[in-house]
Design a protein around this ligand. Structure first.
Ligand SMILES: [Fe+2]
Length: 387
């Protein structure tokens, strides 16, 4: 037995945001960060909600990698304001924060750590939950997971509950046109990594497969276009849809080793998440290829990339990814970034240990031990002189 959980309603395409004018409710609390505020997107959403006669409250200071303290403080504000809609507006951080804030608003008796797939939360007694992403990558708008940082314990808490999936997702293409090329590229590679890891996962299923394979095709076709011309609204729309579809796929079949190591690299060297997972993905594909080459062959078929033998598929797919990353201006090796080999080498053990602890190992197609991770992490550094 298995189950598939996804948002109840996804409103997408040109003018999707205008649907807010017809939203039914009395009070909405918008949860966003400073960038979204600066871009005027909070004002735009607030205006549309006002057209629907909805009172609007705004939280505009959600930090990247939101903390437990932020979540608790905003939940307190929500309890005073008593909204019947909680709206996460922005990238993964704002949407993740909004999920946890909503849970604590509904259940003041809960602690952040109580958000668990094993717990019945009983949400939706006070408010419904909406996500409006302004980036195309994290997939948070489609998932039932949230990552909240415990600054005291210096760890990221990976929390999840199927109840956290939004009631409504609005995918308005022009919202993502504010992303600069480098962010378009890295967030797009995050979406692609979600889809490829979901497709190779041990928990893959017919529903997630369909979404993942379509998302992979769309990213390969439209990410270079969105990076080279941010005003290409067709490319923006396709990338937005692909990112949400990839989110629905991995939310129901899980990610893998590229995320485990990417999280490590991000935590230790502060590398952007999408960039970090993409750096490891080709190496992880070669590693997993020993057991799931047929899955990678299916991806190549979907991409109409020729190959002669199934056992060649992992290598050819890995190469196609490297070429895509070069085309969109992302580094393909860690040595291309501002990281010195000596500093990297000094953190090798730490990188491996953190990767081994990641929940992203739960459903990977090939089990990995310390030395397997170590080898991938060393090879991914690249070919510059390590002396
Ligand atoms: Fe990711």
């Amino acid at each position: 037995m298995w189950q598939f959980t996804s948002p109840q309603k996804i409103i997408f395409g040109e003018d999707a945001l205008d649907s807010l004018e017809e939203l039914e409710g009395e009070k909405a609390l918008i949860i966003a960060g400073q960038t979204v505020k600066r871009l005027g997107l909070i004002d735009k959403v607030s205006e549309l909600l006002a057209e629907a006669d909805i009172d609007v409250g705004v939280i505009d200071n959600i930090e990247p990698e939101p903390s437990i303290e932020t979540v608790k403080a905003v939940a307190e504000i929500a309890r005073d304001f008593e909204p019947d809609w909680i709206i996460g507006l922005g990238g993964g951080s704002s949407m993740d924060a909004a999920k946890a804030i909503w849970a604590l608003y509904e259940r003041p008796d809960l602690d952040v750590g109580d958000i668990s797939p094993l717990e019945t939360l009983g949400l939706r007694k006070k408010a419904r939950f909406m996500c409006i992403p302004t980036t195309s990558g994290s997939g948070s708008e489609a998932t039932w997971a949230t990552v909240i940082t415990d600054r005291e314990g210096k760890v990221k808490r990976e929390l999840a509950s199927r109840e956290l999936v939004p009631d409504v997702v609005i995918l308005e293409p022009w919202l993502t046109s504010t992303m600069p090329p480098h962010l378009t590229a890295s967030s797009g590679m995050d979406a692609l990594t979600h889809a490829i890891e979901a497709y190779a996962s041990n928990w893959r299923n017919d529903f997630s497969d369909t979404l993942a394979i379509k998302a992979i095709q769309m990213v390969f076709e439209y990410l270079p276009l969105a990076v080279s011309n941010g005003e290409d609204m067709v490319a923006r729309e396709m990338m937005q849809n692909a990112a949400t579809m990839a989110g629905m796929a991995f939310s129901n079949s899980f990610v893998g080793m590229a995320h485990a190591i990417g999280h490590s690299l991000g935590a230790i060297f502060g590398i952007d998440h999408g960039k970090a997972v993409a750096l490891f993905l080709p190496h992880v594909i070669r590693y997993n290829g020993e057991v799931v080459s047929s899955r990678y062959a299916e991806i190549l078929d979907a991409l109409e990339i020729d190959f002669d033998f199934e056992e060649d598929a992992p290598n050819i797919l890995a190469q196609a990814l490297v070429e895509l990353m070069m085309e969109i201006g992302l580094p393909c090796e860690i040595c291309e970034m501002d990281i010195d080999w000596k500093d990297y080498e000094a953190e090798l053990e730490n990188l491996v240990e953190r990767a081994l602890m990641s929940s992203a190992n739960l459903a990977g197609p090939r089990e990995a031990e310390f030395d397997d991770y170590r080898e991938i992490i060393v090879v991914a550094f690249g070919s510059l002189d390590k002396g």
